[in-house]
Design a binder for this molecule. Structure first.
Ligand SMILES: NC(=O)C1=CN([C@@H]2O[C@H](COP(=O)(O)OP(=O)(O)OC[C@H]3O[C@@H](n4cnc5c(N)ncnc54)[C@H](OP(=O)(O)O)[C@@H]3O)[C@@H](O)[C@H]2O)C=CC1
Ligand SMILES: CCCCCCCCC/C=C/C=O
Length: 329
């Protein structure tokens, strides 16, 4: 008999999540039936989507949603061998039982030298978000200028590097001097701290006086309202996330987008990465290849200990992470 630790949503978040909104519980797992596997989480992901999705998809008392890299410790399913690593969507749990249907084995060519946690970041869902958002929504072309915010995070850092691979000029904004230095180190042409500039409008103009062809928006809110005025004619805006609004108790008011959209003839499209689930392998292969070749660099903010999941999640929402926020069990 195995005892799993799980984090449940004790109370729906009101405003910014608090440690008291979570409860740590223990669950006894039953013995395996034929066709089942027992898995132990090795790395867990904390992601911004958990904040809006908790309200939409969860009720109080549910186990927190989320993905992990897990190791198979026992198998009564011939398709899965003990010791193999998979990506699972089993929520904030140390151990769980699966029938194998929702598990994704790590690519067979995964190099031994590469952290398996990358399967939750640069070579996982956030990397795919950058890949499909840039290619299919921004439709970036060589020679164009790309703007990305939350640029030092899991999605943004890949957006900037893929745009450079694609022959674009890249401008990134992030919330600390350390993050700005990191963006320059990984090849961003221009980077600034949106928290310390005296005028965001001025900073965006200075970074690209001719404006932006593509805007990969992870933040929404006031930043997006200002950035839209810096788009070039026929510019494309990929509405990926709106993290500046996720913790609002009272919805933010406009300015509204119609006038700049009309006069600049912009395209603005929201998307969710799972739209391209049928091209997941294509995206992961491309990302893994670029990482192995050193063309895409990565950084992870690793929090040690399953007990610290809520703090890692809250810290990520506050901007404490450089690169992908990961919890190591
Ligand atoms: N559409 C889709 O399919 C997907 C969308 N997303 C979205 O992409 C965005 C980035 O996700 P991800 O890369 O995983 O997360 P990050 O690794 O970028 O972490 C979140 C970052 O957001 C920034 N942030 C937090 N609050 C604010 C704020 N009020 N204003 C500006 N920036 C803020 C912080 O960086 P800083 O210090 O720079 O402020 C923080 O580090 C999120 O909006 C997320 O919801 C992610 C995956 C899939
Ligand atoms: C329970 C795991 C679900 C994983 C799906 C991830 C989809 C992310 C879409 C993100 C939207 C905004 O952040």
């Amino acid at each position: 008999m195995v005892t799993a630790k799980v984090w449940v949503l004790k109370k729906h978040f009101e405003g910014f999540p608090k440690p008291s909104d979570f409860d740590l519980k223990k669950i006894e797992l039953p013995n395996l039936k034929d066709g089942e596997l027992l898995l132990e989480s090795v790395f867990l992901s904390v992601d911004p989507y958990m904040r809006p999705y908790s309200r939409r998809d969860m009720k109080e008392g549910d186990i927190m949603i989320g993905t992990q890299v897990a190791r198979i410790v026992e198998s009564k399913n011939p398709a899965f061998t003990v010791g193999a690593f998979v990506v699972a969507r089993s929520g904030w749990r140390t151990h769980f039982i699966s029938d194998g249907k929702d598990l994704q084995l790590l690519p067979s060519n995964w190099p031994e030298s590469l952290p398996k946690s990358l399967a939750l970041g640069t070579v996982g869902m956030p990397g795919l978000t950058a890949y499909f958002g840039l290619l299919e929504v921004c439709k970036m072309k060589p020679g164009e200028t790309v703007l990305v915010n939350a640029a030092a995070g899991a999605v943004g850092s890949v957006v900037g590097q893929l745009a450079k691979i694609g022959g674009c000029k890249v401008v990134g904004c992030a919330g600390s001097g350390e993050k700005v230095a990191y963006l320059k180190k990984i090849g961003f042409d221009e980077a600034f701290n949106y928290k310390t500039v005296t005028s965001l409008d001025e900073a965006l103009r200075k970074a690209s006086p001719d404006g932006y062809d593509c805007f990969f928006d992870n933040v929404g809110g006031e930043f997006a309202s200002i950035a839209i005025n810096h788009m070039k004619k026929y510019g494309r805006i990929a509405v990926c996330g709106a993290i500046s609004q996720y913790n609002d108790s009272v919805p933010q008011q406009g300015p509204y987008v119609q006038v700049p959209m009309i006069f600049k003839e912009l395209q603005m499209e929201g998307f969710i990465v799972t739209r391209w689930s049928n091209r997941r392998e294509e995206g992961l292969n491309a990302l893994l290849k670029w990482v192995v070749e050193g063309k895409v660099k990565y950084h992870e903010q690793v929090t040690e200990g399953f007990e610290n999941m809520p703090m890692a999640f809250i810290g990520m929402l506050k901007g404490e992470n450089l690169g992908k926020a990961i919890v190591k069990v």
